[in-house]
Design a protein around this ligand. Structure first.
Ligand code: NCD
Length: 307
């Protein structure tokens, strides 16, 4: 594990997943202390490279690194020499030469973190690559659900909305099926990816038909910046068919949990009146994000060789 990269869930084995979740438990305990800092990554330099906007992921990685006593460099694409024409490869090599020990990369193009890991010969964490994968968000989601549900074998995860553009959905499909859960997708046909038939999922036409059997309902943001707006007749119709409102929440099985990776489009995916319901775990996903990212960083650059 030490020295490896975390680029996708698809290629991860269960041992690696369980190790991260176990470390995350310990780090959650650290975060509850009056001084929530441990020296585990003292002397380590973590560089974040976000080529796409982010609030939760970037800040939680930065906090995670600081809570582990690492140094953090926030590389900003807009104010860097990329604007003078320097290539991404040269930029990555520069950061590596300056002593970065791990690179955290978000990019609007799929597979950029994979390319970065080839160029840098350093551990790289994919913090979201285009519509491909977002491994740490899926680990956060799994960690959050396991705290409530325990073993996921045979549990039903229903993912609703803009599947086509969602790297969170892709990573979660891999992760939850590896843990033995069944996954059902509900989306307008225009927001279902081509090739979905070969994925290990069921597809349902109507959300109301599956709510009663759902253990975990994962809502996705409608990604209008990636062109989702033109794939639906209207926001109102989308909200009526795929949004969680009070009427739908009442059909959800007792004990079912609701997730959303954020940022939430209020009134579209989730009615504002439901946000504070005890079975809506959106806030917990955010706070667990720091512990899980501490676990990911620790496993790749702090753990024992081969652990
Ligand atoms: C997600 C992302 O960026 O892929 N958000 C996140 O990481 N918390 C989902 C989204 O933007 O809709």
């Amino acid at each position: 594990m030490k020295g490896e990269s975390l680029l996708s869930i698809e290629n991860l084995d269960r041992k690696f997943i369980e190790a991260i979740l176990q470390h995350a438990e310990s780090f959650l305990e650290v975060l509850r202390r009056p001084i929530p800092v441990v020296p585990a990554l003292r002397g380590v330099t973590v560089a974040t490279m976000f080529f796409e906007d982010s609030t939760r992921t970037r800040i939680s990685f930065e906090l995670a690194a600081r809570r582990l006593s690492a140094e953090v460099i926030n590389f900003s694409a807009r104010s860097s020499s990329l604007s003078k024409g320097e290539s991404l490869k040269d930029t990555v090599e520069t950061l590596a030469l300056m002593g970065a020990d791990v690179l955290i990369v978000r990019h609007s193009c799929a597979a950029v973190p994979h390319a970065v890991s080839r160029w840098a010969s350093l551990p790289v964490i994919n913090a979201g690559d285009g519509c491909h994968e977002h491994p740490t968000q899926a680990l956060v989601d799994l960690f959050t659900v396991r705290q409530r549900v325990g073993d996921l074998a045979g549990k039903q995860l229903t993912i609703v909305g803009d599947i086509e553009h969602s790297r969170v959905a892709r990573s979660n499909i891999w992760l939850f099926t590896k843990m033995g859960a069944k996954v059902t997708l509900v989306a307008p046909s225009t927001l279902l990816p081509l090739g979905v038939d070969s994925w290990p999922v069921e597809v349902a036409d109507h959300l109301d038909d599956v709510l009663g059997e759902t253990d975990v309902l994962m809502l996705l943001r409608l990604q209008r910046e990636r062109g989702s707006g033109v794939r639906i007749p209207s926001l109102r119709e989308y909200q009526m068919r795929y949004g969680l409102d009070e009427k739908r929440a009442s059909i959800l099985a007792d004990g079912a949990w609701v997730l959303h990776p954020g940022p939430v489009n209020r009134d579209i995916e989730l009615a504002p009146s439901l946000a504070a319901m005890p079975n809506v775990l959106v806030g917990e996903q955010v706070s667990n994000g720091v512990a899980v990212r501490m676990a990911a960083l620790y496993s790749l650059v702090g753990g024992v060789e081969g652990e």
